[in-house]
Design a binder for this molecule. Structure first.
Ligand SMILES: [Zn+2]
Length: 850
């Protein structure tokens, strides 16, 4: 059923549900097209609620029977749910419904993937399983019986009974329905165990399709490291006797933290050196940690309503970033996170989809699982920690867990524990949750009589629904360097709270060079007009590793922008400074590899747009190519040494040390390819014994006009591995030369292995094309049309993935009038498609600015 006139839901309209749920008993009789779900739910009136309407959500359910306290009733059923007259006293609701998991392609609720039953209930999928108050503030214990002729039958909690063709699970911890999960299939377990610090023995199982057992070891180790880390750093212990993870091929997201039964996109858990890159391993470690950490931040303490999504996501992303920093390199992790924030969150925050970390309204909550809620939400936690200090942060978190365990909470609850712990008034800080848009911080410097004055001004451009902005609390970490490069003032955190504010540093012997926004202490855009000589000085001397990298990044961006707009030559200060950093063998190889990175072409387009220029995607592409070529030539003599430093002794390991070396080797190989026409890359490809080297060599070759034979060989080698084949699709679409991109992408769509109903495959190809900036913005509009064709085709099958992929168009107003016309035509064509889903309708209308 479609929604003819989507309704908007507002944060301000929250009111508690009229009934408390004391217990839920569910029985599943599994059948691919006629699964029966019987529910027995104990309700009682909620004394906190004024509205006693008994409304249960339910969508795409076939109601067979319903009763209250054993008496059959006929409730009023719509396509949204049902209402019934109920007693003003405790009562037992029973209902039986029939559902069709075999035809559920949206992958919400109970669905099938390769013959296996699985569920995805966050945010509002449980209402496609049975009638229920499907809202996060309704928490209850669940007992689940599964009847089915499959060997493995799983649900949340602990196993409490099993027999031929059935299993029973009991979850003693009250939870909202979005954390419900069920899995049934022919699966095999990779098992281990963990003993918590108080001595609880926990069975750990990673359930996979037969044949995938060899890809489980790393994920299992990551899980055990996560469990230990959360005990050591946050004092949080696991609370059930078993922890199950299941790998599923068809999944809309990365993974889901269902209580005691995490369900993972197989790409986010299965790994082996032959089939996974170092980046895949790191991502898997982070996602396993993230979902595990949700057991406390999300499950034990959940969200009152979906507007509070950042309460669990911002905090848990922050926690998994801390974990990765501890497991690997903190500066490298921070740089990766900022690269990602600028690539995904900044375009969102500065375009038509801009919304606050805590949105105030939505039509479809699935559209708000965004970089703003997750990544900016995590940045807000990081700022709070910077402002109150590590010790107060720990105390506040202890209080949060103590005060709110078992509750469904709000951002107000979260901030209150910080206020109560520190005595600090966080009223102004709270604007980070309500104001959308990326603040700009403008820097002005003065020097006189031994006093350095730093004047910072903040402003945030208007965003949809928010024409006027108020000043925010912005922690700006600053250090000062003397003329010889020594640090004359260590890092201090300045608190910028006014629109404009000055900070003085007295008693200095010489004019310092300021290192501002160290560690990227706030998610802002720093506007600092300073001579390139100062940036080069910081690139050589900054003691803050993030800002040292940032100095190189700023120099690179500056030279690229001048190459694009003034036809300038590549800047010598950038090339010399980069060469000096790359020569420094004392620096971590991973860090040096990051130094060789450039701003993305999309970021350059955004920077040009900020300057009032109209970005030309081809001019940007040419400038990047020219700078890459110049860098390769400038580093010609150093490259052999970088290759030898990148060599790894011994067998493959995905650890940070080896991965860093390979990252440096890959970056050097990309430069070498520009000098030797791909000879070395072809050699590396032929000898590669792990996916990191194989893929990095393969991705060099198309640029050298080569690689056809290798692409064909890669396909033959990996055609039976679905996750590797995703890489094959993604690589060709994202690396195609701009003029070839639409044709190559179109041809890949015709490939028999383009199984477009699988979200991973669809994203690999269409996401790859969208990432190919100049290819996607091909002047013919062919890539726009191709993506629109596929969005229209996918929408009735999987609205969630369709809506998410619409973001490829979100930056459309940056470009020239011709391209805007082409994109508007495609957006309009999508919008006018009959029966378009609520998800996609909302996204397109926001992007169009309607
Ligand atoms: Zn999460």
């Amino acid at each position: 059923m479609r929604d003819p006139a989507p309704t908007t839901i507002y944060l301000k309209d929250y009111s508690p549900f009229g009934y408390i749920v004391d217990s839920v008993h569910l029985t599943f009789d599994l059948a691919p097209h006629a699964t029966r779900v019987t529910s027995r739910i104990a309700f009682r009136p909620n004394p906190q609620a004024t509205d006693r309407t008994f409304f249960l959500h339910g969508e795409e359910l076939n109601l067979i029977r319903a009763s209250i306290d054993g008496t059959p009733i006929t409730p009023e059923v719509t396509d949204k749910g049902l209402t019934a007259n109920v007693p003003d006293a405790p009562f037992v609701w029973e209902a039986e419904v029939e559902i069709d998991p075999g035809n559920n392609t949206a992958l919400e609720g109970l669905y099938m993937s390769n013959g296996m039953y699985c569920t995805q209930c966050e945010a509002e999928g449980f209402r496609k399983i049975t009638f229920y108050p499907d809202r996060p503030d309704v928490m209850s214990t669940f007992t689940v019986r599964i009847n089915g002729d499959l060997p493995v039958l799983l649900s949340n909690g602990n196993p409490t009974g099993t027999g031929e063709g059935w299993a029973e699970w009991t979850d003693p911890w009250p939870k909202p329905a979005y954390l419900f999960a069920l899995v049934a299939g022919e699966l095999v377990a990779y098992s281990d165990s963990f003993t918590t610090r108080s001595g609880r023995h926990v069975d750990l199982n990673l359930w996979v399709r037969p044949g995938d057992e060899g890809k489980c070891a790393f994920g299992m180790e990551a899980l055990k490291r996560s469990m230990k880390w959360d005990e050591d750093v946050y004092g949080r212990e696991y609370d059930l006797d078993v922890f199950n993870i299941v790998a599923v091929d068809d999944f809309n997201m990365g993974a889901m933290e269902n209580k005691g039964l995490n369900i993972f996109n197989s790409s986010a858990v299965l790994a082996s050196p032959e089939t996974s890159t170092d980046a895949n391993f790191e991502r898997i470690e982070a996602i396993i940690a993230h979902e595990y950490f949700h057991n406390w931040t999300g499950n034990r303490i959940t969200c009152r309503d979906w507007f509070q999504l950042c309460l669990k996501e911002g905090l848990t992303v922050f926690r998994d970033a801390q974990f990765t920093s501890d497991m690997r390199s903190a500066p490298v992790k921070r740089i990766h996170d900022v690269i990602d924030l600028r690539a995904r969150q900044f375009p969102e925050d500065n375009g038509p989809l801009s919304h606050p970390v805590r949105p105030e309204s939505f039509q479809e909550i699935n559209n708000f699982y965004t970089a703003t809620v997750y990544e900016k939400g995590a940045e807000v936690i990081g700022m709070l920690k910077t402002l109150v200090g590590d010790e107060a942060y720990s105390k506040a978190l202890d209080l949060y867990f103590e005060r709110h365990d078992g509750q469904a909470c709000t951002i107000e609850d979260w901030l209150k524990v910080f206020e109560d712990t520190t005595g600090r008034d966080l009223t102004q800080f709270k604007r980070w949750y309500s104001q959308s848009g990326t603040p700009r911080v403008k820097v002005q410097e003065d020097w006189a009589d031994g006093t350095y004055t730093l004047t910072l001004s903040q402003s945030t451009p208007p965003t949809p629904g928010q024409p006027e902005k108020l000043p925010q609390v912005i922690p700006v970490a600053v250090g000062l360097l003397g003329p010889n490069g020594d640090e004359v003032r260590g890092t201090e955190v300045l608190e910028l709270t006014e629109a404009r504010q000055s900070f003085t540093f007295e008693g200095l012997a010489a004019r310092p060079v300021a290192s501002i926004l160290r560690g990227f202490s706030a998610p802002v855009i720093l506007e600092h007009d300073r001579p390139n000589a100062e940036r080069a000085f910081l690139l050589a001397h900054d003691t803050d590793p993030f800002n040292r990298w940032e100095a190189g990044r700023t120099l690179a961006q500056d030279t690229l922008l001048r190459m694009i707009t003034q036809d300038a030559a590549p800047d010598a200060e950038y090339l010399d400074g980069l060469l000096a950093v790359l020569r420094d063998a004392d620096l971590d190889p991973a860090y040096r590899a990051l130094m060789l990175g450039l701003p993305t072409q999309s970021e350059l387009a955004a920077a040009l747009h900020e300057q009032g220029e109209t970005p030309d995607p081809m001019a940007i592409w040419r400038a990047v190519e020219t700078l890459r070529q110049a860098t390769a030539q400038h580093m010609q003599d150093l490259l052999p040494r970088l290759h030898s430093e990148a060599l790894v002794d011994g067998p493959y390991s995905p650890d940070a040390d080896q991965a860093g070396k390979r990252a440096l080797g890959s970056a050097a190989l990309a430069l070498t390819t520009r000098l030797d026409g791909g000879a070395m890359a072809a050699e590396v490809y032929a000898k590669a014994d792990n996916m990191t080297l194989q893929l990095s060599a393969l991705s060099c070759l198309p640029r050298a006009g080569k690689g056809q034979a290798e692409l064909a060989a890669f396909y033959d080698q990996w055609r039976h591995d679905r996750l590797v084949l995703d890489k094959w699709f993604g690589l060709q679409a994202s690396l195609a030369a701009p003029d070839d991109a639409p044709r190559i992408a179109r041809a890949l769509c015709e490939h028999p292995d383009f199984n477009w109903k699988n979200p991973n495959r669809f994203r690999a190809l269409m996401g790859g094309l969208a990432m190919n900036h100049a290819g996607f913005h091909h002047a013919s509009g062919a890539s726009y049309a191709l993506l629109a064709d596929w969005l229209i085709r996918l929408d009735p099958v999987n609205p969630q993935t369709t809506a998410r992929m619409c973001t490829a168009f979100q930056t459309w107003k940056r470009y020239d009038a011709d391209r805007q016309d082409l994109i508007r035509a495609q957006l309009t064509r999508i919008a006018e498609t009959p029966n378009l889903s609520r998800d996609t309708t909302e996204m397109i209308s926001r992007i169009l600015g309607a």
